[in-house]
Design a protein around this ligand. Structure first.
Ligand code: SF4
Ligand code: SF4
Length: 104
C-alpha cells in the first residue's frame, strides 16, 4: 500500500504554515526564499497558505488525487512534524471531502 499522503495533500491546502525565519535560505536554513512570505522579522510563512482558499505554493498535483511537496527535503519544521492520522490531518481531509484516514 502506498503512503496515504501521496494521494492526499489536504493539509498543504488547509492551514497557515508559519515557522521561524531562521529556517529560510536567507537566514541559513533550507526553505527556498521564493516560496516564503515574511510575516514579521522573526516569522516566515509558506506562500499561499494564508489565502481564503489556502494552498501552499510548494504543493504539486491535485488534492485528493495525487499530491507531492515540491520542496520535500527542504520543507519547514511544521511540515516535518505534521502527523498523518492526527486530529489536524483528519480535519484537513474532511475539509476536502476525503474519508477519515486510518493510519498507520
Ligand atoms: S492531510 Fe493527512 S493524509 Fe493528507 S497529506 Fe496531510 S498528513 Fe497526509
Ligand atoms: S512546504 Fe510542502 S509539506 Fe509544507 S505545506 Fe507546502 S507543500 Fe505541504
Amino acid at each position: 500500500m502506498s503512503h496515504p499522503c501521496l494521494t492526499c495533500g489536504a493539509c498543504c491546502a488547509s492551514f497557515r504554515v508559519d515557522f521561524s525565519a531562521t529556517e529560510t535560505e536567507d537566514e541559513g536554513g533550507s526553505v527556498p526564499q521564493g516560496l516564503v512570505v515574511e510575516v514579521t522579522a522573526r516569522t516566515a510563512r509558506m506562500r499561499g497558505t494564508d489565502h481564503a482558499r489556502p494552498r501552499c505554493a510548494a504543493l504539486t498535483g491535485q488534492v485528493g488525487t495525487q499530491a507531492a511537496c515540491g520542496i520535500y527535503e527542504w520543507r519547514p519544521s511544521p511540515c516535518r512534524e505534521f502527523e498523518p492520522g492526527s486530529d489536524a490531518c483528519q480535519r484537513a481531509r474532511l475539509r476536502h471531502g476525503l474519508a477519515q484516514l486510518r493510519w498507520p
